[in-house]
Write a protein that binds this ligand. Sequence first.
Ligand code: BES
Ligand code: ZN
Length: 303
Amino acid sequence: HFLAQQTKSIQTIMSRQHDYAIHQRALVNALLPQINPAHMWADLGELSSFQTRSAVSDNGVKAAQWLRERITAIAVDAGRRDISVYEVKNSQWLYKQPSIVMKWGHSDKPGIVLGAHMDTLPALYGKMPGADDDGSGSVTLLEVARVLMNSGVEFDSPIYFIWYSAEEMGLIGSQAVVADFAAKKIPVAGVIQFDMTGYTPHNKQEMWILNDYVNPALTTFMHDLITEYVKRPVFYTACGYDCSDHASWHALGYPAVAPAESAFEEDNKDIHTAQDTMDKLSLEHMTDYAKLGVAFAVELAKE
Ligand code: BES
Ligand code: ZN
């Protein structure tokens, strides 16, 4: 606990040095049209066809390898060389699915972290497609990475793309990832968690932001980014508990934010069931969150 407190205060001091202000309008607006929704839909078709992506299952391990291959192919196709991909293992052997991390860039400036969770619950009966939770966030992140890497831009801060394992088991994967960042003393200027980007009740194209277990200043900044670049109405909501991986970062003092697909009270009732399928989702909604991801990374990683 002492170590956790120390890490927390050191990280809090470091993140204060970063100013959260919009200053890359031309670049962001040039990149937003590069987002290709068809890529997200195709990737989501593949991800939701693993019978389960549970962290304790062989298919869960296969899904992790699929994501590793996908992000590696994206970087190679874009001609990026300053990248490395690594796996973060969980301490308990039961959670055999590793988290996948792609680090892009070599500067020792504070990093920018974009993440989603790859796993689903175990499929006890039938299938667990996890299209929305969190296939949607996982493929949103792939498309954000593809657009950034093909931009030709050299970013000033390192960018990390992370697919966490074992979120559904109690944030197990992200706790190991954050502990690894803390152990390596990697400074971080901002973390964004994409947990569910595809479902919108009544097909309303409006966006939501969690306002608990997050950094308030970075959350206000994310609100500004949506207004400026995505041009959708934005509202705040709360889980009321540490409902996803942003909470693992927040717990150790890293500035984290969490966009949400809907109000918590109007969430997708099919998550965690065999009915969490693609046909319930809006590709337009996912595209809006991809826009947010591109804007977040560019504004924080480019000076
Ligand atoms: N995506 C959910 C969290 C969520 C659910 C956000 C509904 C917004 C609306 C996440 O994958 C999840 O299921 N979290 C667990 C808690 C976790 C610590 C195991 C949950 O909410 O029960
Ligand atoms: Zn879930």
